[in-house]
Design a binder for this molecule. Structure first.
Ligand code: SDX
Length: 421
């Protein structure tokens, strides 16, 4: 018999079931709250609200734990490829050799996008932000793959998933090539999924290209670390758009737009722009720490703080170590890395940050690696989206398989009462 939670309102007592998750986290099931009491809850930003039950990702913000289908990100970064992690998130288990081979065959068959999509790309100015371009191209995919919209069966779903896993890296690489004014690359299906991403991003038409193991290993780790993060802003967007029975591609296109924001995935670009501004300002980190603490100053220490992690973001710990390794192995001395470390050191001993449990998050160091790999700053959030794709797909699939109702929150109306003209 599940525990109950009691609510007293107007001298009447109401009971609601207490749900307990696999990791002993607890939630009040208020599905019948309004029917029983006439009340709704009020929770701006859903800081205290569970939107769903999910079997995909578990994170513990206090302990700094992140697991995909029970596997720790530390283990997965060391022992799995990004495509294996994508399979794990979407289908629930790490693939056998046979399952991975089949997935590769299916993806290679779909590793082309309709040439007419280039006309959408061409219609953008070179100055267009790649996230806006990627969201449009992803939505444009629907027109060329109409079967991806009405998911009526497992086979329809698998077909749409394979198409997106195959075509999204191509479109992502095209946004990069557009920014750099370079000719567009096609997929090279003789390469691994991860090598092919590096190839499409970096191969120049007049030179042979062999992705260095350092680049591919760093990319693989970064993509795995961004692959899912339970009910974050962009994933919740993908779920709620999909809950209206909009298709997978349209839902992911909306998720890309949500991720673009500087408070979310756009923070990785904002971090580098912040570090560059501090460098240009003589490296005066103390001045920027003061600005970050000044309530009258809109400046925030980008890459710091997190809605859930009130301890170190475990991804930031791994990425910080990888940043040192990549820069050493590529022989790069990037002064903004030193500025980042200086800021981190100061923040971790500053009462303002300590009291608010503000630690470096996934975005604080990732841009330093992307930069070392030759990826332009405005492309950093596209790289985040490329990593997050399997998580979006997994969460969307779970929402549809569970036949979740259309998302439609309530409100507390504070406007005008009835009035006549
Ligand atoms: C991602 O949700 C996810 O899982 C997201 C993500 C994922 O994988 O999907 O992890 C990816 O989005 C990481 C976060 C990237 N964003 C940034 O780095 C932007 C800078 N960080 C902040 O804007 C902020 O920390 C948020 C948005 C990340 C979290 O904001 P919350 O949880 O709404 O917290 P809050 O804004 O209420 O802040 C609490 C206090 C406030 O001060 P007080 O009003 O209590 O005095 O902390 C302060 C804030 O002013 N604060 C900061 C700060 N972050 C919070 N002060 C200075 N610098 C900061 N970065």
């Amino acid at each position: 018999m599940s525990e109950k939670v009691k609510l007293t309102y107007k001298d009447k007592e109401y009971e609601f079931p207490l749900l307990e998750g696999a990791e002993e986290e607890k939630g009040i099931d208020i599905k019948t709250l309004r029917a029983q009491t006439g009340l709704v809850t009020y929770d701006p930003g859903y800081k205290n609200t569970g939107s769903c039950k999910s079997e995909i990702t578990f994170l513990d913000g206090e302990e700094g734990i992140l697991r995909y289908r029970g596997y720790s990100i530390e283990d997965l970064c060391e022992k799995a490829s990004f495509l294996e992690v994508a399979y794990l998130l979407i289908f629930g288990n790490l693939p056998t050799a046979k399952e991975l081979a089949l997935l590769n065959i299916e993806i290679r068959k779909e590793s082309l996008v309709d040439e007419d999509l280039k006309s959408i790309l061409k219609s953008f100015p070179k100055s267009a932000h790649p996230m806006g371009v990627l969201s449009s191209l992803t939505s444009g995919l629907i027109a060329f793959n109409p079967s991806s919209v009405d998911i009526a069966s497992e086979s329809d779903l698998r077909e749409a998933i394979i198409m997106l896993l195959a075509k999204f890296p191509i479109l992502s690489s095209w946004t990069h090539r557009k920014v750099k004014g370079l000719p567009l690359n096609y997929a090279n299906t003789s390469l691994s999924y991860e090598d092919n991403i590096a190839h499409m991003l970096f191969k120049l038409p007049h030179q042979d290209y062999e992705a260095s193991p350092v680049v591919v290993s760093a990319l693989n780790k970064l993509l795995i670390l961004h692959a899912d993060h339970e009910q974050n802003c962009s994933t919740s967007t993908v779920r709620i758009v999909g809950s209206s029975h909009a298709g997978l591609f349209a839902s992911v296109s909306a998720g890309i737009s949500a991720l673009w924001g500087p408070l979310h995935g756009g923070a990785n670009q904002a971090v580098i722009e912040m570090l560059e501004a501090i460098k240009a300002d003589g490296g005066d980190t103390k001045k920027y720490m003061q600005k970050a603490k000044d309530k009258n100053d809109p400046f925030r220490l980008m890459g710091f703080g997190h809605r859930v992690y009130k301890n170190f973001d475990p991804r930031a710990r791994i990425i910080k170590k990888a940043a040192d390794e990549v820069l050493n192995e590529l022989g790069i001395n990037d002064p903004v890395l030193d500025i980042a470390k200086g800021l981190e050191k100061e923040a971790l001993s500053d009462p303002y940050f300590i009291d608010r449990k503000l630690y470096p998050n996934v975005d604080f160091y990732s841009g330093i690696i992307y930069r070392a790999l030759g990826i332009p700053t405005e492309m950093f959030t596209v790289m985040f989206a490329l990593g997050r794709l399997p998580g979006w797909i997994a969460q969307w699939s779970e929402m549809r398989k569970n036949n979740e109702p259309i998302g439609r929150p309530r409100q507390i109306y504070t406007g005008e009462n009835h009035r006549t003209i």
